[in-house]
Design a protein around this ligand. Structure first.
Ligand code: HEC
Length: 101
């Protein structure tokens, strides 16, 4: 019983964290590009898909193209719509800086 309650609380916390990460515009927390990038990495291993594009402006443009449906996608169009343009810019910057190190 105790264990079940703990699991329930854990699930609720996990859900809250994921919601905060996915809907930054509606959350009270400040947007944290580091967290958003961790989210990207659950699907992207840098070796598999070339998201560490040479320049952050190139990555930013690609994310905008997904967001405004100028580039066909199954998932990225939805994911990018969860962020403001400014947030996508910060994600692109964080991504390329981290991977350049
Ligand atoms: C749920 C899994 C998932 C997550 C999370 C995810 N992506 Fe993607 N990404 C994909 C898939 C699948 C594609 C291929 C296009 C499509 O069908 O959406 C893709 C394609 C891309 C591309 C184009 C790559 C290329 O070489 O053409 C970029 C750039 C990209 N993602 C960046 C990101 C960034 C930045 C994030 C974090 C904000 C992110 N992705 C989060 C699944 C994901």
């Amino acid at each position: 019983m105790m264990c079940f309650q703990r699991a329930k609380i854990f699930c609720q916390c996990a859900f809250l964290l994921v919601s905060l990460a996915l809907t930054p515009e509606h959350s009270l927390a400040e947007f944290n590009p580091q967290l958003a990038v961790m989210n990207c990495k659950t699907c992207h291993r840098v070796e598999n898909i070339n998201i560490s594009m040479t320049h952050h402006t190139q990555l930013y443009k690609t994310l905008l193209a997904f967001k405004y449906d100028q580039r066909p996608a199954l998932l990225m169009n939805r994911i990018s719509k969860g962020f403001s343009d400014e947030e996508l810019k910060q994600i692109a910057l964080t991504f390329t800086l981290r991977d350049a190190q």
